[in-house]
Write a protein that binds this ligand. Structure first.
Ligand SMILES: Cc1cc2nc3c(=O)[nH]c(=O)nc-3n(C[C@H](O)[C@H](O)[C@H](O)COP(=O)(O)OP(=O)(O)OC[C@H]3O[C@@H](n4cnc5c(N)ncnc54)[C@H](O)[C@@H]3O)c2cc1C
Length: 387
């Protein structure tokens, strides 16, 4: 028996199964999407039809109202089939959509959320800049007060979904009379003043990524989320649930690696025996299983704690540990799966090489492994009562 499964509620088990069945039907071309660096646009509509695009959004705006555990199981199951599509979905719903859900006023929610929830419009979140990556809380992008408007000027980079996005959540330094009023979060629809260059990547290739140029985009009060200078707070309060949700993908990558590699090892004959009969192959499979089970048990428990103690900063260290360790384990598990498949694992016909390239992103995106270690180190420096 796997302990991790024992932590799931009936609702989470059902949703996990439903996501898996959906992906089995709709994700047959995942390797082709990886090769062509494109996912089909119709997939957004199909994910919308079963509620996935609105996963963490309030039901009154058409969302599923999923909690952190439900988000984790969706991301886990989808990542078995396509970590890239899961990442695009996560950026759309768990990151951008969730910011509007949390920080938007009634009018903003009514205007933006129904189309995000249904998948009719695609959302992107814009924090990172060419010169502000790990230090994203100090953007160089500016929103400069001009009469009763703000003009948004600057550049964001590595933005998931940007090449196909209709709605952007953007963090910018807000300037009035030459003085900074702090970082503000804006929600803005695509206008001619917003242009995007598509980026080419080693992994997560089905998920479109872009550099976004904001060239004097006119903004008004209607675009401001919560208030001027509230951006950093909005950014920080969402960090934990975003990292918990996205880390679900690392579980999916480990699970996919185990499924593919164990099936292959049972079928592949060398020296007149299936290679699974060799202990060095068993050791690799056991390693993947143990990383999956340990990381899954920790992440499911963490997601449940987050549901019970929403916004409790005490979970930040646990979230950082989970994100860092699950990402590093996913890379290593995918690599072991490639090894089990031998030369076939090195070809683009099999999933493990895609998992490996995709998993690497999670040691970088949404806070690098080094930044996660810094968060955990801060806790060690403060000292523990509970060790
Ligand atoms: C495919 C992909 C999708 C992404 N999607 C989005 C998105 O949708 N929206 C968005 O806003 N961003 C997105 N990002 C950006 C991502 O969040 C950043 O790449 C990440 O935060 C790191 O920033 P950076 O790349 O500028 O690296 P840097 O911050 O320049 O870091 C470079 C290296 O230095 C290390 N480093 C930096 N500071 C320290 C320190 N104080 N101590 C020790 N080491 C340090 C880092 O860990 C890293 O190893 C995406 C990135 C990728 C690759």
């Amino acid at each position: 028996m796997l302990i991790s499964n024992d932590l799931l509620t009936d609702e989470a088990k059902d949703l996990k199964m439903a996501t898996r069945e959906f992906c089995k039907r709709e994700f047959a071309d995942t390797l082709k999407w990886d090769e062509t660096q494109n996912m089909p646009y119709e997939l957004w509509k199909k994910m919308g039809d079963i509620g996935l695009t609105g996963m963490m959004l309030d039901s009154e705006y058409g969302g599923m109202g999923a909690d952190a555990l439900l988000a984790v199981v969706i991301m886990e199951e989808m990542a078995v089939f396509s970590p890239a599509v899961a990442m695009s979905l996560g950026a759309h719903s768990i990151l951008a959509g969730n910011v509007i859900n949390r920080a938007g006023n009634k009018e903003q929610k009514a205007r933006f959320l129904p189309d995000i929830a249904s998948g009719k419009k695609i959302a992107a979140i814009c924090l990172s800049e060419p010169e502000r990556g790990s230090d994203a809380a100090h953007p160089k992008t500016k929103a400069i007060k001009n009469g009763d408007k703000y003009l948004l000027r600057g550049q964001k980079i590595f933005i998931t979904n940007a090449p196909v996005a209709d709605i952007f959540v953007v963090y910018a330094d807000t300037i009035e009379n030459g003085k900074s009023l702090g970082v503000t979060a804006f929600v803005v629809e695509k206008t001619p003043e917003i242009t995007v260059d598509k980026m080419h990547k080693m992994g997560m290739r089905a998920s479109p990524t872009g550099i976004v140029f904001f060239d004097e985009v006119p903004l008004s009060e209607e675009n401001i989320l919560r208030g001027i200078g509230e951006g950093t707070h909005i950014m920080m309060e969402g960090l934990d649930v975003e990292r918990i949700g996205l880390s679900g993908e690392n579980l999916g990558i480990m699970k996919g690696a185990l499924e593919v590699a164990s099936k292959y090892a049972k079928e592949r004959i060398q020296f007149e025996k299936p290679i699974i009969s060799y202990q060095m192959i068993q050791e690799k499979l056991t390693y993947i299983l143990s990383e999956l089970e340990l990381n899954r048990t920790y992440l499911y428990k963490l997601a449940k704690l987050w549901n019970e103690n929403k916004g409790d900063k005490k979970l930040r260290t646990a979230t950082a540990i989970s994100k860092m360790r699950s990402a590093e384990a996913a890379v290593k598990c995918a690599e072991e799966a490639i090894q089990i498949l031998g030369g076939y694992g090195y070809t683009s016909d099999y999933l493990p090489q895609m998992y490996w390239r995709d998993a690497k992103l999670f040691t970088i995106g949404a806070g690098t492994s080094e930044m996660m270690k810094l968060i955990a180190a801060r806790r060690i420096i403060q000292g523990f009562n509970e060790l």
